[in-house]
Design a protein around this ligand. Structure first.
Ligand SMILES: Cc1cc2nc3c(=O)[nH]c(=O)nc-3n(C[C@H](O)[C@H](O)[C@H](O)COP(=O)(O)O)c2cc1C
Length: 163
């Protein structure tokens, strides 16, 4: 049914990148096409074409990296055009309780302002996956479950364009 989810991530030492590919696996498992792009190679102009946007960032001083923030700022180009698309976020931190959730929430705030739809979970990782350091098997499983959750919501909300 021609659906696509875009995952945009920043990563200097590879941790967030590993998470991004875990999330992608979960999306793909739901039969939804997924594109994974490092933020430097991502284009804002892809946003109107996708059904969902998932953003991953390392935690820098409790916030998304400046590259992710710049991407979000540049997304103003499509302000008003992303209403009803699905959003999600994940983060990689250096320590426990040291900014993972604030980083995710900060990204989700921007996606909500775009009018995007975000699903939390009553299970673990309420706001989205956080991995401390390199993601292990358990964290990658969480990323996969998260990707599947976002994809399922996108499928529910997907409308075929009128012919
Ligand atoms: C500039 C900078 C600021 C950071 N600030 C935090 C922080 O506030 N809290 C934290 O837990 N980790 C912090 N870290 C550690 C990174 O979030 C962590 O190493 C992360 O896994 C890096 O992800 P990456 O491998 O995808 O680059 C910081 C790292 C850098 C380089």
């Amino acid at each position: 049914m021609g659906m696509k989810i875009l995952i945009v991530y920043d990563s200097r030492t590879g941790n967030t990148e590993k998470m991004a590919y875990g999330v992608a696996e979960g999306v793909r498992g739901e039969g939804v096409e997924v594109e994974v792009r490092r933020v430097d190679e991502a284009s804002i102009d892809d946003l109107p074409e996708v059904d969902g946007l998932i953003i991953g960032s390392p935690v820098y001083y409790g916030q998304p990296s400046s590259k992710i923030k710049r991407f979000l700022d540049e997304s103003v180009k499509y302000h008003g055009k992303l209403e009803g698309k699905v959003g999600g976020a994940f983060a990689s931190s250096g320590g426990n309780h040291s900014g993972g959730e604030t980083t995710i929430i900060s990204i989700l705030e921007a996606l909500l302002i775009h009018g995007m739809v975000i699903q939390g979970t009553s299970g673990r990782n309420h706001y989205g996956p956080v991995s401390v350091g390199a993601p292990g098997e358990e964290e990658l499983k969480t990323c996969k479950l998260f990707g599947a959750r976002v994809a399922r919501l996108a499928k529910l909300l997907h409308k075929e364009p009128e012919k």
